[in-house]
Ligand binder design. Structure first.
Ligand SMILES: [Zn+2]
Length: 83
């Protein structure tokens, strides 16, 4: 069973700033059907995550992708230049 391989990039064309995870039901302006749908998709995905976690408690989907650090300037090199 493969159900979570897809990342959903849904966004309302009229309300690009609407984020169901942050704004919730109260953030939907003028009863917009697209925003309502996004909210329902988001709520369903939360529910899906809960069900999967219930089935497999060891599963951790809160892991963040590895942060790529930009090469930092070596402080020793900096002091060398300063001298
Ligand atoms: Zn909308």
């Amino acid at each position: 069973m493969k159900i979570r391989s897809r990342k959903f990039e849904g966004r309302c064309a009229k309300h690009k700033g609407y984020n169901p995870g942050v704004d919730g039901q109260g953030g939907i302006r003028g009863g917009c059907a697209r925003c309502q749908l996004l909210l329902e998709i988001w709520q369903t995905s939360i529910k899906l995550n809960q069900l999967i976690r219930k089935y497999d408690p060891s599963h951790d989907d809160l892991k963040r992708p590895p942060v790529v650090k930009s090469p930092a300037v070596d402080p020793r090199q900096m002091s060398f230049i300063a001298e």
